[in-house]
Design a binder for this molecule. Structure first.
Ligand code: ANZ
Ligand code: ZN
Length: 812
């Protein structure tokens, strides 16, 4: 195996050519995060599958681009740095060296000349550049957001780092903390991210998950007046405006501004001369609810809780009835308007709540078109309007960590003042796309107007490089460790040259992977993220395979960035991936998750060492349907190894027998099956059909030249042994340069069967027909059969009795 790997590499056989006349084919795998654990069996499975496709495409005459790189920013490396004091870049170098060696040992046909690394400043210069473009277009903004905060580690945590409400590292209960965060306006692309799924060939389950995640709901916003506050109303969002007359109470989320508005002015939120009679009770409830996660709050199994705002009533605009108002945590602050009308007769959650609090239930009858009619009535009477709502939220783009791309922004107080004065003169800067705003000879972009004081680093000063730090722990205040490096933080404003401070948050680990497939096209370009002509030639990606767990994160984020780049005019199409598929997970022996603690982690290195890369590759394809979870099984590896040994023996001795017709039929059927199975990712059935063929061929002692096409179809699966045997049987050139074989039609005839022909119950003849031939066809052929004809000519046939695939009896 190492012989062929060295040969392939030396002769640069897997390098894609820019602008080649052959049609291009871009095959993409999700580039790995180079963890300290090394490559795992899951990587091997998805990479083998796409390597098979890439190798097949080359044999089919395509100029194949099959690149690889490292998605190397991330928490495990940072945590390792915190523990050991070793700089993350040093650990990253070590880890990528291991991964590279492992990937090469598996014989993957990657184009190593295009290797990229998201932590390389030459790479993240362009990640920062894209951020600046988003900012200039008003799609990046700062906002106060509640984040997960561990009070013990004093650090912001990503959702993935919160396990059952506790900090993954120290076990302390995670609190919500409001922090100002950079946000990206992915919601602006929500409709296009749904609608354009029609243009691409993604597996249905992937499309469905994205659509559900974006969660587009149509309905109405409706205003409810509050009796105690003449100028105030609560707006709710509902998908069922037709049920308005059945709304018997209202619910505001604990975070809703209503509560503040009902309290006495100037005092604490609920204190003083509150209009709420039971404000203490309400206050207690709110403080508790705020600590709960959204998942806890919407858990259907938990009993609903809430408190009525005593002394407060709302008016149902459909019938002018006074209805009570509650605060309850099953209503979430960030969905719709953060308040609902409750219709217990038609909504299950409301029904449960109404039962508990003994609230009236009114059934509504709906004529057809009720929703539409209700919305026009609401609009006519200025009580409400048509509204669309999304579950998708804007993307929280800040992390208080060290090992990420610095966000290329500085804060300047002087500019903030200047813009503060300017802002009032610009009624709606958000609508003024592309606009620049001039004040006192300084020109500000749209982002700078929306976020006064935050000034973009100039493009010529990119990349903003990560400075060296001594400690990687976040600071006491929860800020990034970068905040401690004063001579890095203190800088000059790129606009007015005044004193300014750098942004110390870094980007999330989803940033670099949101555009990496473009960088492969031109990995060393320092003028642009990639040459436009190369982008035009190679994009879109023809086939992208990756984990189902990335469907609503990486896959969605990267589609968003690509659409943005399309709007900027940087890329030619508005969808990056033509086709997307997902593999199932590889579990440990017995079907439990592989983990160190269970001591059931399979290290690919061990398998390669013991059985060889071809065995591992073939086993990973044979283990089960590609889209489903599979469990590791050591016995299965032995079976695959025995199969390869058989292949070896089949092609090694110099036999010279002619293959039987039956064997040629089997060979051609197998060629057809493997050709089709690769396209539908039915790798396991492709392998088993090749096993059947080899079993048939093993006994036949045929000349290997006559069945050499078998080696061609096996070669993408087990490239090393096939290359070696190709040389052994005197094949011309390399096997990977051969044309993909076509099944010979004359051997593809379906199976033939024998039909008995009876006349008045006596056997008179037989015929051979294709199995599955129609009754009509069989009767027609039988009447013409030589011997049967003698008994039938001139006779009147009273009855034809046909027994499928067996016999035909003519009653004369
Ligand atoms: C009245 C109603 C009657 C509702 C009915 C549903 C059925 P989707 O489809 O997911 O968009 N809702 C609105 N905002 C909410 C919030 N912040 N927290 C919790 N629930 C909220 O759901 C929309 C429905 O979810 C809305 O329509 C509202 O209940 C509820 F027979 O209004 B409905
Ligand atoms: Zn300034």
């Amino acid at each position: 195996e190492s012989k062929w790997q060295a040969y392939w590499q030396k002769n640069k056989l897997f390098e894609a050519a820019d602008f080649d006349k052959k049609p291009k084919n871009y095959i993409l795998v999700e580039f790995p995060y180079p963890s300290g654990e090394g490559l795992h069996t899951g990587h091997c499975r998805s990479y083998t599958a796409l390597d098979i496709i890439a190798r097949k495409r080359r044999m089919q005459g395509f100029n194949v681009l099959f690149p690889i790189g490292w998605d190397a920013f991330g928490l495990p490396t940072e945590n390792y740095a915190i523990k050991t004091g070793i700089h993350p870049s040093v650990a990253t170098k070590k880890n990528t060296d291991t991964f590279r060696r492992q990937l090469k040992s598996l014989g993957f046909s990657f184009d190593w000349s295009r290797e990229i690394n998201t932590t390389d400043p030459k790479y993240y210069k362009w990640t920062q550049w894209i951020f600046l473009q988003l900012y200039k277009k008003g799609l990046a903004y700062k906002a106060k957001m509640p984040i997960n905060f561990c009070p013990a580690c004093k650090i912001g945590l990503a959702n993935e780092e919160v396990v059952k409400g506790k900090c993954e590292r120290c076990g302390a209960i995670v609190r919500k903390k409001e922090m100002t965060q950079w946000m990206l306006k992915i919601t602006k692309y929500a409709d296009r991210l749904i609608d354009d799924l029609e243009k691409v060939d993604y597996q249905e389950k992937i499309k469905k998950q994205q659509i559900n995640w974006i969660g587009r709901s149509e309905g109405a916003e409706i205003k409810f007046k509050i009796t105690q506050l003449p100028n105030y109303s609560i707006t709710i969002f509902t998908t069922r405006p037709d049920t308005l007359s059945g709304a018997t109470y209202m619910v505001a989320s604990p975070e809703h501004s209503l509560i503040k508005n009902l309290s006495a002015r100037g005092g604490s939120a609920l204190g003083g001369k509150s209009k709420i009679k039971n404000y203490k009770e309400v206050n207690n409830y709110i403080n508790q609810a705020r600590q709960k996660s959204d998942i806890e709050r919407t858990d259907e199994k938990k009993e609903k809780t809430g408190v009525e705002l005593k002394g407060i009533k709302a008016i149902n605009p459909a019938n002018n009835k006074k209805i009570p108002v509650f605060v309850a945590d099953y209503v979430l602050p960030h969905y719709g308007t953060g308040a609902i009308m409750a219709v217990p007769a038609h909504d299950e959650r409301d029904s449960e709540f109404a039962q508990k609090f003994h609230l009236p239930v009114i059934k509504v009858k709906f004529p057809k078109d009720a929703i539409k009619k209700m919305i026009s009535w609401l609009e006519k009477n200025k009580i409400g309007k048509y509204a669309v709502n999304y579950k998708l939220r804007d993307w929280v783009f800040s992390r208080q960590h060290y090992w990420g791309e610095p966000i290329p922004m500085v804060f300047c107080s002087a500019c903030k003042k200047r813009i503060g004065n300017l802002k009032s003169k610009i009624p709606n800067p958000k609508q003024a796309q592309n606009s620049k705003f001039k004040i006192q000879n300084y020109e500000y972009n749209q982002g700078e107007i929306i976020n006064p004081g935050w000034i973009a680093v100039e493009e010529k000063d990119l990349p903003v490089e990560l400075p060296m730090v001594e400690k990687y722990q976040p600071t006491e205040t929860g800020e990034s460790p970068l905040a401690n490096i004063k001579d890095w933080v203190n800088t000059k404003c790129p606009k007015c040259d005044g004193p300014a401070k750098r942004e110390t948050d870094t980007m999330p680990n989803w940033a670099g992977s949101s555009w990496y497939y473009l960088r492969y096209l031109d990995p060393n370009n320092d003028k642009e993220l990639a040459d436009r002509k190369k982008i035009d030639y190679f994009m879109p990606v023809d086939w992208y395979n990756g984990g189902m767990e990335h469907t609503t994160l990486h896959l969605l984020y990267s589609r968003f960035w690509y659409k943005f780049l399309f709007d900027l005019g940087v890329v030619p199409t508005d969808e990056p991936y033509q086709k997307r598929t997902s593999q199932g997970m590889v579990l440990g022996e017995g079907g439990i998750k592989m983990s160190k603690s269970k001591n059931n982690v399979v290290n690919p290195d061990d398998i390669v060492k013991q059985y060889g890369a071809d065995t591992l590759r073939l086993y990973e394809m044979f283990i089960g349907p590609f889209g489903e979870r599979v469990a590791w099984d050591t016995k299965g590896i032995l079976g695959v190894k025995r199969f390869l040994d058989k292949v070896w023996r089949l092609f090694s001795p110099r036999h010279d027998r002619e293959p039987s017709r039956q064997l040629l039929v089997k060979l051609n059927q197998t060629i057809k099956k493997v050709t089709d199975d690769i396209e539908s990712m039915s790798f396991n059935t492709a392998v088993s059909s090749m096993m059947e063929l080899v079993n048939e061929a093993a006994a036949a002692k045929v000349s290997s030249a006559k069945i050499k096409d078998f080696l061609l179809i096996l070669s993408p699966f087990a490239p090393h042994i096939c290359e070696e045997l190709w040389e052994e049987i005197g094949g011309r050139g390399l096997i990977l340069e051969q044309k993909w074989p076509k099944a010979d039609k004359k051997y593809l005839l379906e199976k033939e069967i024998t039909i008995a022909i009876q006349v008045n119950g006596k056997l008179r003849d037989t015929i051979r027909v294709k199995s599955g031939a129609s009754e009509k066809k069989i009767i027609e052929l039988s009447k013409k059969a030589k011997n049967a004809k003698k008994y039938l000519v001139g006779k009147k046939i009273k009855k034809e009795i046909y027994i499928k695939d067996k016999l035909i009896n003519f009653v004369i």
